[in-house]
Design a protein. Structure first.
Length: 245
């Protein structure tokens, strides 16, 4: 981040303006019990990074490695738990994004935060950090063992009614879903994304009777000792050591 005045593109202004109004951060969905807003738990942050290229406005995501036992292949915002080296949640989100994608934080302008969401089972309190990619830098997979791909997905694709579903977890939980090509965004990330699209005024009407079962490839092979911030159902014990998203 720099000391220059913060200048956002016109299309981002409605989202920024919404932060000064007394709005529900998550107007369209009621979170499952482990995602209620609250104040307890270890702080964590995810970087919701808006960019723009030839395809128009977009968002940065990572795709987790399919070799991971916990939540393999899931699409997520970069981010993770706060560490001793971090001065605050913003610093944590930027550090994690750099470690996961090689993003240069000096080209990022943070313009706000949304209310944190508590993951009671894992003990995290997750804050979405909103940012504008002022000076774009190359991004790519840094550690293939953790991240399979780095994706920039156009907002136009995320709001396309043909790409919207209600996802259904084997345990019965239902939530928003976005199917972009063969990438399914679901769980915590989809819940955050759905609220942000509503705040920004970008939502388009879609048929919420369309459902999709969460594919087994996203569910992992067995419970493990590290909570994942993108999981819709967390089997991990409270107090387990967190790992990156």
């Amino acid at each position: 981040m720099s000391g220059r005045p913060l200048l956002l593109p016109d299309w981002l202004q409605p989202l920024r303006d919404s932060l000064s109004r007394n709005l529900d951060s998550w107007p369209d969905r009621t979170p499952p019990p482990e995602r209620a807003a609250g104040t307890g738990g270890r702080p964590a942050g995810v970087l919701v990074l808006f960019g723009e290229d030839r395809d128009g406005p977009d968002l940065l995501f990572i795709e987790r490695s399919s070799a991971l036992r916990a939540h393999p292949g899931q699409v997520a915002f970069p981010g993770g738990g706060i560490e001793d080296v971090d001065t605050d949640i913003v610093a944590a989100a930027l550090r994690e994004a750099h470690e996961e994608t090689g993003l240069d934080p000096s080209g990022v302008e943070v313009f706000g935060e949304l209310d944190p969401l508590g993951l009671s089972v894992s003990g995290f309190q997750v804050t979405p950090v909103l940012a504008w990619w002022r000076d774009q830098s190359p991004v790519a997979v840094v550690d293939p063992g953790e991240v399979a791909a780095v994706q920039r997905i156009p907002i136009s694709a995320l709001t396309d009614p043909n790409n919207r579903y209600v996802t259904v977890h084997p345990r019965g939980h239902r939530g928003p879903g976005f199917l972009i090509g063969d990438l399914l965004i679901w769980g915590f990330t989809a819940y955050v994304l759905d609220g942000i699209l509503t705040r920004g005024g970008w939502q388009r009407p879609w048929d919420n009777r369309r459902t999709m079962a969460v594919p087994s490839r996203y569910l992992g092979r067995q419970p493990v000792a590290g909570p994942d911030l993108d999981a819709p159902d967390l089997d991990t014990p409270a107090g387990a050591e967190p790992h990156d998203i």
